[in-house]
Design a binder for this molecule. Sequence first.
Ligand SMILES: Cc1cc2nc3c(=O)[nH]c(=O)nc-3n(C[C@H](O)[C@H](O)[C@H](O)COP(=O)(O)OP(=O)(O)OC[C@H]3O[C@@H](n4cnc5c(N)ncnc54)[C@H](O)[C@@H]3O)c2cc1C
Length: 498
Amino acid sequence: MPGRELVCTCEDVTRSDVEKAIQHGHTDMESVKRYTGFGTGICQGRGCMSQVAGLLHRQGAPAERLFPTTPRSPLQPTELGQLAVGGELPPLFPGPQAPATLPPPSMPPAPVALEPLPERAEVVIIGGGIMGLATAYHLAKNGITDVVVLERAYINSGASGRNGGGIREQWSTEQNVLLMNESIRICSEFAVELGINVWLRQGGYLFVTNKPEQMAAIERNVALQNRLGVPTRILKPQEATQIVPDLNTQDLLGACYNPDDGTLFPWPFLWGYANGAKAKGAKIITFTAVTGIDIEAGRVTGVVTERGRIKCNLIINAAAAWAPEIGRLAGVTFPNKPERHEILVTESLKPFLKPLVSELGTGLYFSQSGRGEIVGGLGDPEEPEGVEMRSSLRFAVRMSRALVNRIPRLAHVKVLRQWAGCYDRTPDGNPILGYVDEVKGFFQVHGFVGHGFMMAPAVSKYVGLYLAKGQEHSIFKDNRAARFKEAGTNRAETLIIG
Ligand SMILES: Cc1cc2nc3c(=O)[nH]c(=O)nc-3n(C[C@H](O)[C@H](O)[C@H](O)COP(=O)(O)OP(=O)(O)OC[C@H]3O[C@@H](n4cnc5c(N)ncnc54)[C@H](O)[C@@H]3O)c2cc1C
């Protein structure tokens, strides 16, 4: 086609796509990559990375700010069957360092021009992940428009840009089933409200198990879900193969399936909330880390950043894996523990897998994206606590073994990329929401473990209504930080993947 200059041949990304991304404010390599999809195909970015760097450089970004981008394994597309080799597992980390002793993961350098900081704001939100951005949107929608979101890197740099995009109503507590029922409704109307396609696909979630105690949990959970109107049904292993014909059911005891669950593509969700919040007057300021919190007479009076101070009387901590660190800046201790979770993506296949499949007990999960790739992860019981976002060969091997065991025909499919993000794990699997007792004006929205993406649409809506309109909701009382110090408030969520 005349005038159509391809930059990334695998993903059909043109020069004009990249230029449009830059015009939309994506002025660093990682943000442009997320916006256009360049570098995510079978050549693993070998052809296009330098071309995009050149285009960014011509827009004014100095070369030293463009490289290196995050190195990604495997070095070349590798078949799952080759990775699923037997024998001893590779170590968790290549060297002797444990993550707690490592410096924080390096973030890509800032683009050239950064937005100036306002002197004051009514609300400052720390963290530009889904929680921070969706909260900014709902505050602005409900009349609090003088909101600043501070993000230390780029949009989608935290767990929100690194997750599996799974959304489900299958939970073990009534509150979470109802919240997710609301969230799925919001997701299905997202394009209408925020004008962006999030590729929502309701292919269901199929949980399978080979453990009697998990089968008993399935029966309890399905009874709860059915009572709340969720159409989950229990399946015999043979019935599960009617939904996933390629499933290896040899060792399975049973399964459960809810057709309303599904997957979506996380990145546009964040852009949608960010654009929606900006359109209503909120400011989203990236590449600006919060380094301190000002407190006078027991109340917050401002945030300190690497680029100056913003005075404010309300701070929302939406920093997920870094939330305890933000808590420490205000002298408040939270029990959340960051924990690495790894995930990988394969080359694209003709669509064959409708639901997201998850194995209870091992934490294996996988689904097929709208582009045909298999996307999936697997928790590691040996993973130590700590903010760690490097990828490991150990994960690639464990994941490939588990995946090929469950769907043997995937053995010849090639892994293209793997990456990692952090769960933000609380002792009872539920988030920390609301004001803390120790400091006035310090509001919490974190601790969502491995399910914060799907919870964000509903939770942020209630945060907006609570802070702007004073509307109470049981989530704030039930999930207050103080619950961990009180006896008899244990209502743990047990249906956690990974
Ligand atoms: C591999 C993996 C798979 C997952 N799969 C799913 C799934 O299928 N479904 C689902 O619902 N959830 C899933 N999750 C969990 C989900 O991604 C998170 O719960 C959710 O994204 C949390 O959103 P957040 O906005 O709270 O956190 P984040 O997206 O991590 O945002 C927090 C932000 O705070 C910023 N920040 C930190 N410190 C500072 C500072 N000092 N100053 C300024 N900014 C700061 C960070 O840079 C970050 O961008 C998964 C997570 C992982 C890691």
